[in-house]
Design a binder for this molecule. Structure first.
Ligand code: OAD
Length: 238
């Protein structure tokens, strides 16, 4: 039997927008409601721990009342015909809840917490909150198990290796403005087929570094409509 083609979906906040989760950089987005320096840096975690915990507590509570949308669902459904991997910058769990089996979270997961000192001491907390004084098993304050600005991206190498192996790479709902994550898109094989789904055209800057991306096809639609179009194309033609 022929090898099933491998598709990687590289996703960002835009895929969850139609589920009701704000993106970061669109008008009215999270970075207009909060400043990165106050809630999303390694320094903020150290100096303003309570503020950072509250920011992530609010997002975690909201996530519990949010559902995956058709775009997440169609990505999961493609597992019937393809070897599908999801590499997401999102900290939500909507890909998993839609049924995707192979999800790599580059920027961590909202439903997990870890020790301030040792990120390997990590456990699930679902959609619950954490407070000052709640400690990990090493006696250190618990914090969200997410990647903040100024911190390492531990899943980067694993994600790179996956990208090298893909026949088709689909980039959905990301501004590609945060590195090193954005560079991963360029790591696909020259022979891979590329699709970008986003109402806005993105990726122009990356194309200077990775010229093979200039052959990408753009579906300038929201994630649900864009995924419906792509799903039919992939299932009929690939
Ligand atoms: P951004 O907010 O930077 O970009 C969201 C992208 O989604 C934009 O390109 C929008 O055009 C697009 N978009 C909006 N609505 C959409 C929809 N319904 N369907 C499809 N696309 C839509 O979010 P990310 O690129 O995910 O990192 O941001 C990357 C990282 O920056 C995040 O992981 C987070 C953030 O700071 C950390 O916090 C470390």
């Amino acid at each position: 039997m022929a090898r099933r083609k491998k598709i990687i979906f590289f996703t960002g906040a835009g895929i969850s927008q139609e589920s009701g989760i704000d993106t970061f950089r669109d008008s009215g987005g999270i970075w207009e409601q909060h400043t990165i320096e106050q809630v999303a840096t390694a320094t903020a975690m150290y100096e303003n721990t309570e503020t950072v915990l509250e920011f992530f507590n609010d997002r975690r509570l909201a996530l519990g009342n949010t559902l995956p949308n058709k775009a997440h669902e169609l990505i999961a459904k493609l597992e019937e015909d393809f070897d599908v991997e999801v590499i997401t910058q999102n900290v939500d769990d909507l890909h998993e809840r839609a049924g995707s089996s192979n999800v790599t979270h580059l920027h961590g997961e909202l439903t997990k917490v870890c020790s301030m000192k040792n990120h390997k001491i990590s456990h699930d907390i679902g959609y619950n909150t954490i407070r000052m004084g709640e400690l990990a098993s090493d006696g250190e304050q618990l914090r969200p198990d997410v990647v903040l600005f100024g911190e390492d991206v531990p899943k980067l190498e694993v994600a790179q290796t996956k990208m090298w192996d893909a026949d088709i790479i689909v980039v959905v709902g990301t501004s590609l403005s945060v590195y090193p994550a954005a560079n991963l898109v360029g790591y696909g094989k020259n022979s891979a087929k590329y699709y970008f789904i986003n109402p806005e055209k993105t990726g122009e800057t990356l194309m200077y570094s990775y010229p093979h991306l200039s052959k990408a096809k753009f579906i300038l639609k929201k994630a649900t409509a864009g995924m419906e179009e792509l799903y039919s194309k992939l299932v009929d033609k690939e």
